[in-house]
Design a protein around this ligand. Sequence first.
Ligand code: GLT
Ligand code: MN
Ligand code: MN
Length: 387
Amino acid sequence: MSDALTPTPDNKFAFGLWTIGHPGRDPFGDSTRPPVSTADFLRGLADIGAWGVSFHDDDLMTFGAPESQRRAELDAFKKSLDETGIVCSMATTNLFWHPLFKDGAFTSNDRNVRRYAIAKTIRNIDVAAELGAPTYVFWGGREGVESAASKEPRDALDRYAEALNFFCGYVKDKGYNLRFAIEPKPNEPRADTFLPTIGHAMAFIQTLEYPEMVGLNPEVAHETMAGLSFYQGVAQALWQDKLFHIDLNDQKIGRFDQDLRFGSEGIKDDFMLVRLLEQSGYSGPKHFDARPYRNEWGDGIWDFARGCMRTYLALAQKAREFDQDPRVKEAMEIASVFELAESSVGPYSTETVQRLLDESFDPDALAARTYGNEALDQLVIDRILGI
Ligand code: GLT
Ligand code: MN
Ligand code: MN
């Protein structure tokens, strides 16, 4: 039975290996449910209509195990991908779990830690290429400080850039079809993280040797933790052609990173976000980096996964209805929404500046107009509420 709210692989919904099967461990308590095997995970994804899976090297291949064991684990994963038709949509490195990364990875003060982190990443870039993943993510979980005096931030950024330039060189050298995506986060687990927001990361990318190879993997929870609008950040990333990947989840403002089910909290922002993604022609994965509530059990973890996708599809449908509603069009005309797409003065020339200066404006008339934003916004709310 299929309808607009039933996902299919065409929707390109993806989940990280660390998400649905998360056993519920947190800083204050142990696991609350058994882990899900990789094979069961992929079968489950196929059953619920998902399309892709992402992984950290250590999710897939046992850290520190002999090469033969790691190869066998990778081969088993490839077999499960083949059997289920699930696509490997993104890969990343775990540069945060092992205690060796306690001072950072690419930005650790210890040069050997930095060299180890780069080597670990290079090895997993080979795995990503073997699995055909088009995007490789960098979430700098440990790239930061508790004590500001412990690192010179400008040196740390030099080392971060050095690592990314090195990976770009490697990918070009190998001829891999792989792009990189930085995932910003303001804090947690470090007190202050380098590249804390979408804006910081986008400015940093412009300083790299191959800026066209590096984009963003923004996450709803991370910008929301910083008190920023995820919608506005994603819009700017799209505007700069930097939205290479996206981590969808949800988050209450001002809290620790909650990684809640997509659409479970900031429903109005989520509506605007889905509308933006659908209208922009973004064709990358819709990747859920979220986890079931810690008290969930059994099939409940799949309720969580189905909920993420169902809410996305429901919001996409609401967004289409919203844009087809003649009352919305009228309200947008009153608000001059479409006028913002018209250029203001055009390119500079002696003539255009003269024309501008010769024009007479009536400041009082300009101040007296209405934009009708209350009515327009109420149409957003009405649509979400379905009234
Ligand atoms: C970790 C983090 C996520 C990142 C993952 C990629 S791992 O769970 O909280 O936001 O996307 O390293
Ligand atoms: Mn998160
Ligand atoms: Mn994430």
